[in-house]
Design a protein around this ligand. Structure first.
Ligand SMILES: [Fe+2]
Length: 369
């Protein structure tokens, strides 16, 4: 073969080997970019999951646990701690003591506006190929980790502030319920005692109804508030030591509406307020004040209605003796699907059989605990 031809072939060989190398390099670069994109997508998903938790209006404890898990996943670290300002002293944990003894650490403040109310801290970066480290001691948090922790801290700050606000509102609602229950008791001792017993029975029924703790609490509050309108009923009718006549009954039957006027400003507690307003509605639509039927009646009201009727039957009044709990039980079961929601009656039956709902060895009705 002529020398020139040989040179041409060698040159072509070199060129195709370089092209091959370039393609290989390009493939590696593409694989790196795809890997980074996948990592970014995974981080966005992780932050998104935590943002959904914040939007789900969960408790501060659930938020803190969620943030700890998210931080460990996002930053690949051994542990995460969330330190909040001591509510008594208003002091943050000493930042110099933070991370002491750890191989690596990163801290980001939790802020509301300009004020810092806590710190989120991650400890001990886990070595990994993706972070370019293979040995424990060489693994450190970088700028990317810092930005991720900042993002997480922003979401957590909003969530914790919302949870704190909600807890304050709940406290003030419960204080209002207590004040109103006390006012009812001051107005009429029987109604006060009845209110507390109805709350006790309603809570026992709710226990057998697969409700969330929040729904069960609304049932209890609806029961405590159900007769609050009796504050507005004149004493000669409310405390009458004998059966009411027709005209007096008409006045007495206004108490759900009177109660609603008192409670209607409690906007955030609709389920308890409606539960109180509708406690004289009946499953078959023959109740009052609105004549609602079946599931048109709020569940809280359907539970309170049964607990109210049970207590009214077993309680002694100056003009009549209460009936025995087992007789009241039979009567309530007989009214399943007419006066009462069948599902609530089933829960009442379970509560009656398994709880202290008046079926004690003495035959006396149970007192609230
Ligand atoms: Fe009532």
């Amino acid at each position: 073969m002529p020398t020139r031809k040989k040179k041409e072939l060698r040159s072509e060989g070199r060129s195709s080997s370089e092209t091959f190398k370039k393609i290989k390099n390009l493939e590696t670069e593409i694989a790196v970019v795809i890997g980074e994109l996948e990592q970014t997508l995974w981080r966005v998903e992780c932050l998104g999951r935590f943002a959904s938790l914040v939007a789900a209006d969960v408790s501060a404890e659930v938020l803190v646990r969620g943030a700890q898990e998210a931080a460990c996943q996002l930053l690949q670290c051994e542990s995460t701690s969330i330190l909040l300002v001591d509510p008594k002293t208003g002091v943050l944990p000493d930042p110099f003591t933070l991370g002491a003894g750890a191989r690596s650490s990163l801290q980001v403040p939790l802020r509301m506006g300009q004020s810092i109310f806590g710190i989120i801290q991650v400890l001990n970066k886990v070595p990994s190929i993706s972070s370019g480290t293979r040995h424990r001691d060489s693994a450190h948090f970088d700028e990317k980790d810092s930005r991720l922790l900042e993002e997480l801290s922003k979401s957590l700050s909003v969530g914790l502030q919302n949870a704190r606000l909600k807890s304050r509102l709940q406290k003030s609602f419960h204080e209002t319920v207590e004040v109103l229950t006390e006012a009812v008791t001051k107005k009429d001792r029987y109604t006060g005692g009845h209110t507390k017993r109805v709350a006790y029975y309603a809570s026992l029924i709710a226990k057998y109804m697969d409700l969330t703790p929040e729904q069960s609490e609304m049932v209890r509050c609806a029961a405590l508030l159900h007769d609050v309108g009796k504050i507005g009923i004149e004493d000669k009718i409310l405390k009458k030591e004998g059966p009411l006549n027709d005209a007096e009954w008409l006045v007495m039957k206004t108490h759900p509406e009177l109660g609603h006027e008192i409670l209607s400003r409690m906007d955030g507690w609709r389920s308890a307020v409606d539960g109180a307003y509708c406690h004289h509605e009946r499953w078959d639509g023959k109740g009052y004040p609105a004549g609602l039927k079946g599931e048109e009646i709020p569940l809280t009201a359907r539970i309170v209605a049964l607990a109210d009727a049970y207590d009214a039957m077993v309680s002694n009044r100056p003009y009549r003796q209460g009936i025995a709990p087992e007789v009241a039980y039979e009567e309530i079961v007989r009214q399943k699907g007419t006066q009462f929601d069948p599902r609530v009656v089933d829960a009442f039956v379970s509560a009656y059989l398994h709880e202290k709902m008046g079926k004690g060895p003495s035959g006396r009705k149970a007192e609230p605990t």
